[in-house]
Write a protein that binds this ligand. Structure first.
Ligand SMILES: *Cc1c(COP(=O)(O)O)cnc(C)c1O
Length: 231
């Protein structure tokens, strides 16, 4: 019974988030469907995620390679067009697993990772899309390339490692107005000739849509408050 109640509300949450995205697209004068919802399922187990797949959601985000490996092979069997994004920090010793499991890796942020990914992609002949994480708030505890170093890093990824970089991702400081961070990410993407902008979470995704996000990463507004934070 409790399970059924939870499933109903999760589906309702999903539809509410999709409706909010549609409203934000419209208000920003953007075409319907121009923003992709990445449903962030970190910390939630298979039975909690399955109803969201059944409700039609296909794009999901996870922040830990090992956690994702434990649940997604089985969940993927529910639909053949699931797209899985890695949105958490990647260690180079996990590059092989990440390339094998994910369709989009949003957290490329240093040369060592870029090189490891390039090697694995060649070896496995599997080519997940790559985004670079940018530390727009220059926070010491946060991953990401500093804005000033971005253009050189993109060039290195392209020229030295033969990687095509398709997007930028940022996580603004929690206690700041996110707008300027979203604007900065968009400006950097324009300068680097990059099309995709992954920005906006449960608290601020409509603002991110107004600033040009092409995907928003929404967890707790769909699945509920997490029992423990997963940074
Ligand atoms: C957890 C997480 C999200 C989702 O956060 P919510 O506030 O639950 O929507 C988005 N992006 C990243 C990188 C995350 O780790």
């Amino acid at each position: 019974m409790a399970e059924q109640v939870r499933q109903m509300s999760v589906t309702e949450n999903l539809h509410n988030v999709l409706a909010d995205i549609a409203t934000a697209e419209k208000e920003a004068g953007r075409s319907p469907g121009s923003v992709t919802l990445v449903a962030v399922s970190k910390t939630y187990d298979g039975p909690a995620i399955a109803p969201v797949i059944s409700a039609g959601q296909r794009v999901f985000g996870e922040n830990r390679v090992q956690e994702a490996q434990g649940k997604w092979p089985e969940l993927r069997a529910m639909a053949d067009d699931i797209e899985l994004h890695l949105i958490g920090p990647l260690q180079s010793n996990k590059a092989a697993e990440a390339v094998a499991l994910f369709d989009v890796i949003e957290t490329v942020d240093r040369e060592k990772i870029a090189r490891a990914l390039a090697n694995e992609m060649k070896k496995q002949d599997r080519h997940p899309k790559l985004y670079i994480q940018v530390n727009t708030g220059l926070e010491p505890q946060k991953a990401g390339v500093e804005p000033d170093a971005l253009l050189a890093f993109v060039k290195k990824c392209r020229d030295d490692f033969g990687l095509s970089i398709e997007g930028l991702m940022c996580i603004p400081p929690v206690d700041e107005n996110p707008g300027p961070h979203f604007a900065l990410l968009r400006k950097l993407a324009e300068e680097a000739g990059i099309d995709h902008l992954s920005m906006g979470m449960s608290a601020d995704f409509p603002i991110a849509v107004a600033f040009g996000a092409t995907s928003v990463r929404v967890g707790s507004a769909i699945f509920g408050k997490r029992d423990y934070p997963a940074a």
